[in-house]
Design a protein around this ligand. Structure first.
Ligand code: NAP
Ligand code: HSE
Length: 431
C-alpha cells in the first residue's frame, strides 16, 4: 500500500486526539484513504510534558525544522491555537511544499486572505473542517453538498463552551463563572476562555461560514456581538419561566439591504430544535432555496469529535480531494464580495428587556412610553410581587417585532429615567 507521511504541530487536546486516531485506528484510516497515513513527526514545545497519547519512539520533536526539511512529509495538521506563531508556522509549512489541515478558526478569521492567497500561489491547499462546529461536517456541507443552493439563512450554536455553561445555568442554576473551569478541564474551551464566553469565537466561526455560504467578505470583528459573560442567572430564570432557553446564537441571513450578521444571547422558545441543544453540542439550522430547511447537530468541541474532523481532512488531502475543492471554492480570493453586511440597526426581531425599577406609581407608564415612542409594541409584562417589601423590582418586558435600532434607542431612554436602577438588559427572542 502507498504511504503518505503526515506530521502534527501542537499535541494538545486536538493534536493528541488526531495522533490517537492515526496510530490506534491506522487500518481504518488507511482503508478510507487507500494508503497508509503514517505519522512521521509531532512537534511540541516541551518534550518532557506528559501527552494524552502514546507515540512511537522518534516521532516527538521540539524542532519544527524536522517537519519543514523532511520533503517526504506531505500533509501537516497544524493544531496550535492563537495567531502567532500559528500564522508564521502555517506560511512556512506551505512554502516548504506541505498541504495543511487546521482547526484554528481565529487564525483563518484574522489572516485567511493572506494564508489562502499564499497557498494558491504555491499550488498548495488548506483544509479547515474542524475550525467550525467541531465534529459537525458543516464546512463540507456548505462548501460542497449544498452548492446547488442559494443559502438564505444560517442560525447556529457555534460555541460548545458557552452552550455547556448555559446548559448548566439552566439545569443546575449555576453562575457562569463556576462552570468555566469545568469547560476548560473537559477540553472545550480556548486557551483564553474569554474568547468563548464573550462571543469572539462564535463571531470568528460565523465570519468563516458567511464567507463560504454567502460570499461575504467580513472581518469577524465587524460582526456585532455580545457573549454570555455578562448574563445574569436572573435572566435564565425569567426565560425559563416564560418557556424559553437562552442560547448564544450566531445569525447570518439575507435581508433586503444585505446580509444580517450578529452573535447574541437569544431566548429560543422551548421545543425549537435549537433550544434543545445541550452541553458542548453545536447545531446549525441552514435554509437553502432548493433544499429547504436542514439541521446539523453534533459535538461542537472536545478532543475526539474535533480530531474526527481533522483526520477526515487529512484523508481528503492525502487522496487529493482537498486540492480540487480548494481551488474551486476560491476562498478568501480577491474576488469582490457577493453580498455586504446589512445595517445592524435594521435587523428585525422580538426582544426581552429586563430593567430594575423603583416600585412606585407611574413607573410602568414611563417605561412603556419610552417603548411606545419608538413604535415598539409590548407583548407581555412580568413583575413579581416582592415578599420583602423591596423598593426596587425587576420588570421584564417581551416586545412584539421591531428593529434592533428602535429597541436600542428605547433602552437608552429607559436607562436615563430616574426610576431606573442600573441598565436595561436586552436580549433577542426567537420563537
Ligand atoms: P491546546 O490543548 O491548548 O493545544 C495546543 C497545543 O499547541 C499545545 O499542546 C501547545 O503546546 C502547542 N503549541 C503552542 N505553540 C506551539 C509551538 N510554537 N510549537 C509547537 N507546539 C505549540 O489547544 P486545542 O484545544 O488542542 O486547540 C488547538 C486548536 O484547535 C485551536 O486553534 C482551537 O481553537 C482549535 N479547536 C479546538 C477545539 C477543542 O474542542 N479543543 C475544537 C475545535 C477547534 P504545550 O502543550 O507545550 O502548551
Ligand atoms: N472553544 C471552542 C468551543 C472549541 O467551545 O466551541 C471548538 O471550536
Amino acid at each position: 500500500m502507498e504511504k503518505t507521511k503526515v506530521a502534527i504541530i501542537g499535541l494538545g487536546t486536538v493534536g493528541s486526539g488526531v495522533a490517537r486516531l492515526l496510530l490506534d485506528f491506522g487500518d481504518r484510516t488507511g482503508r478510507h484513504a487507500g494508503r497508509v497515513l503514517w505519522l512521521e513527526k509531532a512537534v511540541v514545545r516541551d518534550l518532557s510534558k506528559p501527552r494524552d497519547c502514546d507515540l512511537p519512539k522518534g516521532v516527538l520533536t521540539e524542532e519544527l525544522d524536522d517537519v519543514i526539511d523532511d520533503h517526504e512529509i506531505e500533509v501537516v495538521a497544524q493544531l496550535i491555537g492563537g495567531l502567532e506563531p500559528a500564522r508564521s508556522i502555517m506560511l512556512r509549512l506551505l512554502e516548504s511544499g506541505k498541504d495543511v489541515v487546521t482547526a484554528n478558526k481565529a487564525l483563518l478569521a484574522e489572516h485567511g486572505p493572506e494564508i489562502f492567497d499564499r497557498a494558491r500561489e504555491l499550488g498548495r491547499s488548506v483544509a479547515f473542517e474542524a475550525s467550525v462546529a467541531g465534529g459537525i461536517p458543516i464546512i463540507a456541507n456548505i462548501g460542497q453538498c449544498l452548492s446547488a443552493n442559494q443559502i438564505e439563512s444560517l442560525h447556529g450554536i457555534l460555541n460548545g463552551t458557552s452552550n455547556f455553561i448555559l446548559s448548566k445555568m439552566h439545569e443546575e442554576g449555576s453562575a457562569y463563572q463556576e462552570v468555566v473551569a469545568e469547560a476548560q478541564r473537559l477540553g472545550y474551551a480556548e486557551a483564553d476562555p474569554a474568547m468563548d464566553v464573550d462571543g469572539t469565537d462564535a463571531a470568528q466561526k460565523l465570519a468563516i461560514l458567511a464567507h463560504l455560504a454567502f460570499g461575504a467578505r467580513v472581518h469577524w470583528d465587524e460582526i456585532p456581538r455580545s457573549g454570555i459573560d455578562t448574563l445574569d442567572i436572573a435572566d435564565v430564570r425569567y426565560a425559563q419561566e416564560m418557556g424559553y432557553k437562552i442560547k448564544l446564537l450566531a445569525v447570518a441571513q439575507l435581508v433586503d439591504d444585505g446580509l444580517e450578521l450578529h452573535v447574541s444571547p437569544t431566548l429560543v422558545r422551548n421545543g425549537r430544535p435549537l433550544a434543545e441543544v445541550g452541553g458542548p453540542y453545536n447545531a446549525i439550522r441552514v435554509v437553502g432555496d432548493a433544499v429547504g430547511e436542514l439541521m446539523f447537530y453534533g459535538p461542537g468541541a472536545g478532543q475526539m469529535p474535533t480530531a474526527s474532523a481533522v483526520v477526515a481532512d487529512i484523508i481528503d488531502t492525502a487522496v487529493g480531494r482537498t486540492k480540487i475543492t480548494f481551488s474551486t471554492l476560491e476562498l478568501w480570493s480577491n474576488q469582490s464580495a457577493r453580498v455586504n453586511p446589512a445595517e445592524y440597526a435594521n435587523a428585525r426581531g422580538r426582544f426581552y428587556i429586563r430593567v430594575n425599577v423603583e416600585d412606585h406609581p407611574g413607573v410602568l407608564s414611563q417605561i412603556t412610553s419610552a417603548l411606545g415612542g419608538e413604535q415598539i409594541s409590548i407583548s407581555s409584562v412580568l413583575q413579581h410581587e416582592t415578599e420583602t417589601g423591596e423598593d426596587v423590582v425587576p420588570l421584564v418586558i417581551m416586545t412584539h417585532e421591531t428593529t434592533e435600532g428602535a429597541a436600542e434607542k428605547a433602552c437608552q431612554q429607559i436607562n436615563a429615567l430616574d426610576c431606573v436602577r442600573g441598565e436595561a438588559v436586552r436580549l433577542w427572542v426567537r420563537d
